[in-house]
Design a protein around this ligand. Structure first.
Ligand code: C5J
Length: 225
C-alpha cells in the first residue's frame, strides 16, 4: 500500500479532503434482488432497470480502490433462512403478493444464500473484502460494521449502491452520527424513483453538508490520480 496523504475532491457543498489510508469504499446492497428482474425490488412493483446505470461507475471506483490497496466493504440486505431476524412489521409491509421469504425466480426473496441475495457479478467481493450482512436498511444496525471500520482506523466513507433514499441514506445517517465523514458519488447511487434520488442527494449536502458531501466518480478518480 502506497497512499498519497490526501486527495482534494471537488464536491458539494465544498471540496472533500480524502485521506486514502483512512477512507473505505462502502458499497451498499448491489444485489441481484434489487438490480435484476425477478427479485425483491421488482416484487415491490419497481422498474429495476432504473438502477443499472450505477453498475459501470461502481466498477471503476471499485477497481481504483483495489488497485491502491484501499479498504473496500460490501453490504447485503437479507434475512436468515428461518426469518428469525425479520420483524413482523417488515414482513407485513406493503400489499405485494410476494413477500420476503417467498419463492421467486431467483429463489426466496431477500434470504441469505439464495441466488437473488448475491451481489451482482460485476461487483463480486474479493476474498479479502468484508461483506456485512444486514437485516435492516442501515448497515450499522445489528451488524459489526462499526467495529470492522474502527479496527482499520477508517474515518471516512465513500458510500455507493442502492437505493439512494433507502439503504444508502439510512447508512449515511448512521455513519454521520458515529463520526464518519461521508462522500456520495451521485452516479454510483441509484433509486427506482428519480425524484427521490435527487431529493436524497439534496438532503445530504444541505445546510453546508449536514450529512456529508456529494460528488461523482470521475472527480474522485481524478483526485486520486
Ligand atoms: C430497499 C435498499 N430499497 N437496499 N433496500 O428496500 O435500499
Amino acid at each position: 500500500m502506497n497512499f498519497s496523504p490526501t486527495a482534494i475532491v471537488p464536491a458539494e457543498p465544498y471540496e472533500f479532503t480524502l485521506t486514502p489510508s483512512a477512507c473505505a469504499l462502502l458499497i451498499i446492497d448491489m444485489q441481484r434482488d434489487f438490480l435484476e428482474p425477478g427479485g425483491f425490488g421488482e416484487a415491490l412493483g419497481n422498474d429495476v432497470s432504473f438502477l443499472r446505470r450505477t453498475i459501470a461507475p461502481n466498477e471503476r471506483l471499485l477497481a481504483a480502490w483495489r488497485q491502491r490497496g484501499m479498504t473496500v466493504m460490501h453490504t447485503r440486505e437479507g434475512h436468515r433462512p428461518d426469518l428469525s431476524d425479520l420483524p413482523a412489521a417488515k414482513l407485513g409491509r406493503g400489499r405485494s403478493s410476494l413477500r420476503i421469504g417467498d419463492v421467486g425466480p431467483m429463489g426466496r426473496l431477500l434470504v441469505r444464500g439464495e441466488p437473488g441475495h448475491a451481489i451482482i457479478s460485476q461487483l463480486s467481493p474479493a476474498f479479502d473484502e468484508v461483506v456485512i450482512d444486514k437485516p435492516g436498511k442501515g448497515a450499522f444496525w445489528a451488524t459489526d460494521l462499526h467495529d470492522e471500520l474502527q479496527r482499520r482506523q477508517i474515518r471516512q466513507l465513500v458510500i455507493t449502491g442502492v437505493t439512494t433514499e433507502v439503504c444508502v441514506h439510512t447508512t449515511l445517517r448512521e455513519a454521520n452520527d458515529r463520526g464518519y465523514e461521508c462522500l456520495v458519488p451521485a452516479d454510483c447511487v441509484g433509486s427506482y424513483f428519480p425524484e427521490l434520488h435527487l431529493a436524497a442527494l439534496a438532503m445530504i449536502k444541505a445546510q453546508d453538508g449536514i450529512f456529508g458531501w456529494v460528488s461523482d466518480s470521475n472527480k474522485i478518480l481524478t483526485a486520486l490520480g
